[in-house]
Design a protein around this ligand. Structure first.
Ligand code: NAP
Length: 246
């Protein structure tokens, strides 16, 4: 049995891959041999630079702009990826937003937007790629949750709810797909040094027992492990520098 994840001949779609954790996962999947679709919402130039890096590894890649909270946009995105790279074998639902709000200033709009971008998107993207995965009896889905699914975190209860929902979605799909060769797992990182954390969420890693932020590459390594392991499904991998000991 190979000890490393070999994705030669597989097509992967990573949502929110123009920067941060998604970018690192897209590069890691390409390094493992996959053709990779790089989804983004606004930052086309950043997404294109990820595509260039992937192509430099000798893999195929395409940037696909789409708001993954919009069902029609997701349908178009998956059709475009299928036309350009082939049907999707590996889906990483990574796109997410963290709008910082307290109990009193949380609006209905911020609540709805957060649930749509962080949770509904994973349902929409999964629904769009599942027919191919089920038909070939092989597929890998990784959902990027957060320590905030179980802990308080620094963003707000809307973010907690979106990420807890994502873990429910993970178990729900995993249980129903368990006989069909499709595994569904989640990764719950806490305080990874990306734009999301740098822009207001946490200025210092003082509350992390390891005394440092995690890196996007460390999250990508866990994603690759989940994708490479055919017996693990419905699980959430915590990745938090020891914060669960607190
Ligand atoms: P980031 O640096 O802010 O990057 C967010 C990515 O998501 C960007 O590529 C962005 O695209 C994309 N995106 C946002 N809304 C989108 C939409 N509606 N449709 C398509 N793409 C969209 O975030 P990150 O820190 O890498 O976080 C990635 C994931 O990890 C998120 O789900 C986040 O909740 C989760 N997470 C992060 C941490 C952390 O400490 N950083 C901890 C726990 C969980 P554009 O570049 O085009 O805007």
């Amino acid at each position: 049995m190979p000890t490393h994840t070999d994705l030669t001949g597989r097509v992967a779609l990573v949502t929110g891959a123009s920067r941060g954790i998604g970018r690192a996962i897209a590069l890691a999947l390409a390094e493992a041999g996959a053709s990779v679709a790089v989804n983004y919402r606004e930052r086309a130039a950043d997404a294109l630079s990820v595509v260039t890096d992937i192509q430099a590894m000798g893999r195929r890649s395409v940037a696909v702009g789409a708001d993954v909270s919009d069902g029609a946009a997701v349908t178009d995105m998956v059709a475009r990826v299928t036309a350009e790279l082939g049907p999707v074998d590996v889906l990483v639902n990574n796109a997410g937003i963290a709008i910082i709000r307290g109990i009193d200033d949380l609006t209905e709009e911020a609540f709805d937007t957060t649930i749509a971008v962080n949770l509904k998107s994973a349902f929409l993207c999964t629904k769009a790629v599942l027919p191919h995965m089920r038909a070939q009896q092989w597929g890998r889905i990784v959902n990027i949750s957060s320590g905030a699914a179980r802990g308080a975190g620094g963003v707000g209860l809307h973010y907690n709810a979106s990420k807890a929902g994502m873990e429910g979605l993970t178990r729900g799909y995993a249980a129903r797909l368990v006989k069909e060769g499709v595994t569904v797992n989640a990764i719950a990182p806490s305080l990874i040094e990306t734009d999301m954390v740098r822009s207001r969420l946490a200025s210092s890693p003082a509350r992390i027992p390891m005394g440092r932020f995690g890196t996007s590459e460390e999250v990508a390594q866990a994603a690759l492990m989940a994708i490479g392991n055919g017996y693990m499904t419905g699980q959430t991998i915590q990745l938090n520098g020891g914060m669960s000991f607190l």
